[in-house]
Ligand binder design. Structure first.
Ligand code: ZN
Length: 151
């Protein structure tokens, strides 16, 4: 198996072919775009918050298998989580793709996100994997600026 084939493990291929939460959200609290000019990946992420919890999150866009699978797995990983938990997962994920984390030591916290550990060996692809997470952070931040719907 070549290095690249290992990078595109079956989970990544599955999420690329069959992205989860691949849709837009009309009643979103926040949305943000992600763009990775090095690869041409482009996505939009929508979030809906229920108090402190992520009630719904989805994305749409186009790009390489890695960027799509990362966005797809991200949505499944953070749905129902609190903002603090999302922040923690976001930080773990970045350490993982930068090669600064022992994936085995954080196995439980990472769950399926562990499949992205191989990305650390391809520095040019780190942006493909992390783009969705950056967009997510911006979307959550944008939700703070929405006017309160209650009078
Ligand atoms: Zn890419």
């Amino acid at each position: 198996m070549s290095d690249l084939a290992q990078l595109y493990q079956s989970v990544i291929l599955d999420h690329n072919r069959n992205p989860r939460n691949f849709r837009s959200l009309d009643e979103a609290d926040g949305q943000a775009d992600g763009y990775n000019p090095f690869c041409g990946d482009k996505i939009t992420v929508w979030v809906k918050l229920d108090g402190d919890q992520v009630a719904d999150v989805c994305f749409k866009g186009e790009g390489c298998a890695l960027s799509k699978a990362s966005a797809s797995l991200m949505t499944t990983a953070i749905k129902g989580k609190s903002r603090a938990e999302v922040e923690q997962l976001n930080s773990l994920f970045h350490q993982l793709v930068m090669g600064e984390l022992d994936p085995e030591a954080s196995r439980e916290a990472l769950g399926k996100l562990k499949v992205f550990s191989g990305v650390a060996e391809f520095p040019s692809r780190v942006k493909c994997a992390s783009m969705a997470w950056h967009a997510l952070q911006s979307a959550i931040k944008a939700s703070d600026k929405q006017p309160d719907p209650q009078p």
